[in-house]
Design a binder for this molecule. Structure first.
Ligand code: NI
Length: 137
């Protein structure tokens, strides 16, 4: 019998970014990225939903202690990215375009290192209420 259960934790951070490909002309950047290419940056209220899947432990009944999960997300995501300019203030996006796609992959990789490999991990990132991405698919 499959006793696997998914547990979810939602977190929030605010950050600024600019989408820009330095290999392209200003015109092409503006054409591809539109308002998101604004040279003076712009902000988003990001919502992160972390999904951890596994069989509840026999002794605790937990898939994962939610306090531990919350601490890991705070350390790896919130402390690192909240109230930051992703392009200028973080090493993760120094040379990586901070699209929602690249941010969700980055967050996944940061969390994956901290979560038991017996547990599956999926991350969903909302850039706006209507635009969101998920990794892995
Ligand atoms: Ni944006």
């Amino acid at each position: 019998m499959d006793n696997r259960v998914a547990v979810f934790r939602k977190e929030h951070f605010n950050a600024a970014h600019r989408l820009h490909n330095p290999e392209w002309s200003d015109e092409l950047n503006k054409k591809i990225f539109g308002k998101c290419n604004n040279p003076n940056y712009h902000g988003h209220n990001y919502e992160v939903i972390v999904k951890v899947t596994g069989v509840p432990d026999e002794k605790t009944g937990y898939v994962m202690d939610m306090k531990t999960l919350s601490d890991i997300i705070r350390e790896e995501v919130h402390t690192r990215f909240d109230h930051k300019n992703l392009n200028l203030d973080t090493k993760e996006f120094e040379n990586l375009n901070p699209t929602a796609e690249n941010i969700v992959i980055t967050i996944y990789n940061l969390l994956r290192k901290r979560i038991d490999n017996l547990l599956d991990l999926h991350v969903r990132l909302y850039e706006t209420e209507r635009n969101f991405v998920e990794y892995p698919v």
